[in-house]
Design a binder for this molecule. Structure first.
Ligand code: CMP
Length: 148
C-alpha cells in the first residue's frame, strides 16, 4: 500500500548545492513520488518543539542549534513502504557507524557528524503523521489520496 513519510534535508546538506541535488536525485531514483516540497528556515523554537522528545539528551542543545542554523528542505514522499525505504536509504543515525556498516547510504556518503547527518526521516506511521503536520499544516492526506 501507498505510504507517506516526511523526509528532511538538513542544513549541512542544503548548504552544498551539489549534495542537495544528489539527494533530490536519490529520492527520484528510488521511486518516491514527491507529494510536497518546501524550503524553510526554523527558528530555535521550531527546533525545540520538533525535537522535544530528545530534551535532556547530551546532544539536544547542539541538535536544536544546528537545525535552526540555516535553510533546510522538507518533502512529503509517497511510495510503497515509504517510511522504511527512506530510512534504509539514509542509513544509521551515527555517521561513523553508517560508513562502517552501510557505505552506500546517504549518511555514510555525505554525513559530517552524528548531529550533522544530512537527513531526517519519520520512524513510524504515528511520527510521519505528526511530522507531516508539523512541516505542512495545510496538507490533508485524505484529500490528497482522493485526488490521486
Ligand atoms: P534525526 O533522525 O533527525 O533524529 C534525532 C537527531 O538527533 C538525529 O537525527 C541526529 O541529528 C541527532 N542525534 C542523534 N543521536 C545523536 C548523537 N549520539 N550525537 C549527536 N547527535 C545525535
Amino acid at each position: 500500500v501507498l505510504q507517506l513519510t516526511l523526509a528532511v534535508i538538513k542544513p549541512d546538506a542544503v548548504a552544498h548545492p551539489l549534495i542537495l541535488e544528489a539527494l533530490h536525485q536519490r529520492i527520484l531514483e528510488n521511486d518516491f513520488l514527491i507529494v510536497r516540497k518546501k524550503d524553510l528556515i526554523w527558528r530555535i523554537g521550531d527546533s525545540e518543539r520538533f525535537y522535544a522528545e530528545h530534551e535532556g539528551r547530551f546532544f539536544y542543545q547542539r541538535l536544536v542549534e544546528f537545525m535552526s542554523s540555516g535553510p533546510m528542505r522538507a518533502y512529503i514522499l509517497a511510495r510503497e513502504d515509504a517510511i522504511t525505504r527512506w530510512r534504509e536509504l539514509m542509513g544509521p543515525t551515527k555517521v561513523y557507524r553508517a560508513r562502517y556498516t552501510s557505505p552506500s547510504t546517504i549518511r555514510a556518503q555525505y554525513g559530517l557528524t552524528d548531529t550533522r547527518n544530512t537527513t531526517h526521516g519519520s520512524d513510524s506511521e504515528e511520527s510521519a503523521k505528526r511530522e507531516i503536520a508539523f512541516f505542512f499544516p495545510e496538507f490533508s492526506a485524505e484529500q490528497w489520496l482522493e485526488e490521486e
